[in-house]
Design a protein around this ligand. Structure first.
Ligand code: PEP
Ligand code: MN
Length: 446
């Protein structure tokens, strides 16, 4: 039996949070009509496959690595940019796979991560107040009145940008670029070239010996060496976009949001009975929900009941983002209640969004040590409760930006101005990301 999808008007009538106020309803209709004619970006069968992989995470038999920009930009759709992000994620995944001794499910915040919820509707600079930037899916980053007007044509542009990005990723991950030996060589280069990375030598050496061992016993060239599974994800925010890309799969007669493999509901849009939860409740993709420090155990139970009534393993991932100072007290009651109810959930940590602050220089930043501390808290709490710490959700880039403080390079507030490129939240740079993988590897092995 086919699930009924509410109409866009019905969803908006639920008082959808964080939506653009478009000035021209006709232009919105034209963009939605156009999107409805466009082919799927991902296939339902791929979403099912990812759901099976996440089901293994709910059983404690796999680990998730999800990462990428806070906000992708249309200008950022270049081979260099996409390749650099993919490369750092693959490098991290090899280290984590070795340390966890389980498969690492690789998911990019890529090919669709263009819409941002905002704490404030407006932004003021030097006495001038304009609508906030809501991501390239909605309006422009330039601080001018024209640029900040929401333009629905951007939804079509984002679709096209996502298609181009996915096409490149599919080529990279099946075409030899992701070869395990190649990725391992990049990691060895990282360890060799970084003065402070001597502490990562031991683990890199172990991985090297494991690779040689496999070669020696004759597993010289399995298919798994050449290709990796990689999935796309984004926050499902702008209803017009997600609704237009929700399609009935001809195989199963079930609805899927074919804008990405995995989509998540943000901290600001997870209201029970709200438009985002109601739309996501109808689709079959694996989905996530961000849980911040205001979440009660009953909130988590209510979300699971609405979003995964059949308790299907792999369908629901809770992405906790409490902040380093709050996770140790805040997470246990939620874990205990969800476990006591026997709910199948994959738990992953987003150690970024609870640790954002404004540096004296005025830049929005995060401290590498706070990020690490939240991950450590996440592992500690799960181990104490007896649940599986199932993965990591990070904002990162493959470039040498200066957006987060600390790390082995010991970036300071004075360094932030050097190369701060994010249009939204601060990301770990390439070196900080790789260091994080090595440090989390240690936590996994303990
Ligand atoms: C994000 O992931 O960029 C984000 C806005 O997160 P949250 O909904 O957890 O604040
Ligand atoms: Mn963010």
């Amino acid at each position: 039996m086919t699930v009924e999808i509410p109409t866009l008007a019905e969803l908006h009538a639920l008082g959808a949070a964080q939506q653009p106020t478009y000035p021209d309803a006709g232009a919105v209709q034209a963009a939605v009509d156009k999107l409805r004619t466009m082919p799927p970006l991902v296939f339902a069968g791929e979403c099912d496959d990812l759901k099976q992989r996440i089901a293994a995470v709910t059983r404690g038999e796999a680990f998730i690595l999800q990462g990428g920009d806070c906000a992708e930009t249309l200008a950022g759709v270049s081979a260099d940019n996409v390749r650099a992000k993919l490369r750092v994620l693959l490098q991290m995944a090899v280290v984590l796979t070795y340390a966890a001794s389980v498969p690492v499910v690789k998911i990019g915040r890529l090919a669709g991560q263009y819409a941002k919820p905002r704490s404030n509707d407006t932004e003021t600079r030097e006495g001038i107040t304009l609508p906030a930037y809501r991501g390239d899916a909605v309006n422009g980053y330039d601080f001018t009145p024209e640029s900040r007007i929401p333009d629905p044509q951007r939804l079509v542009d984002v679709y096209n940008a996502s298609a181009a990005t996915l096409n490149l990723i599919r080529a990279f991950v099946t075409g030899g670029y992701a070869d395990l030996r190649q990725v391992h060589t990049w990691n060895q280069d990282f360890v060799r070239d970084s003065p402070f990375a001597a502490k990562y030598e031991v683990l890199a050496g172990e991985i090297d010996r494991a690779m040689s061992f496999m070669q020696a016993i004759g597993v010289a060239d399995p298919d798994e060496f050449h290709r990796v599974d990689f999935h796309s994800s984004h926050e499902a925010l702008v209803l017009e976009y997600e609704h237009a890309l929700t399609r009935i799969d001809s195989r199963t007669d079930e609805p899927y949001d074919v804008s990405g493999h995995f989509i998540w509901i943000g901290e600001r849009t997870r209201q029970i009975g709200g438009a985002h939860v109601e739309l996501m409740a109808r689709i079959k993709n694996p989905i996530g929900v961000k849980l911040g420090p205001s979440t009660t155990p009953d909130d988590a139970i209510a979300l699971a009941a609405r979003l995964n009534p059949a308790n299907e393993p792999g369908r629901l991932t809770f992405i906790t983002r409490f902040g380093a100072g709050k996770i140790r007290a805040g997470l246990p009651p939620i874990l205990e209640k969800v476990s006591a109810e026997g709910l199948n959930v994959a738990w992953i940590t987003d150690p970024m969004h609870g640790n954002t602050f404004e540096a004296p220089s005025g830049y929005k930043t995060r401290n590498f040590d706070d990020v690490l501390d939240e991950v450590q808290g996440f592992f500690d709490v799960h181990r104490a409760v007896g649940t599986w710490p199932g993965g990591l959700h990070v904002e990162l880039t493959g470039d040498n930006v200066t957006e987060c403080l600390g790390g082995g390079e010991q970036l300071t507030d004075a360094d932030l101005a050097h190369r701060y490129e994010s249009v939204c939240d601060p990301r770990l740079n390439r070196v900080q990301s790789l260091e994080m993988a090595f440090l989390v590897a240690d936590m996994l092995r303990k």
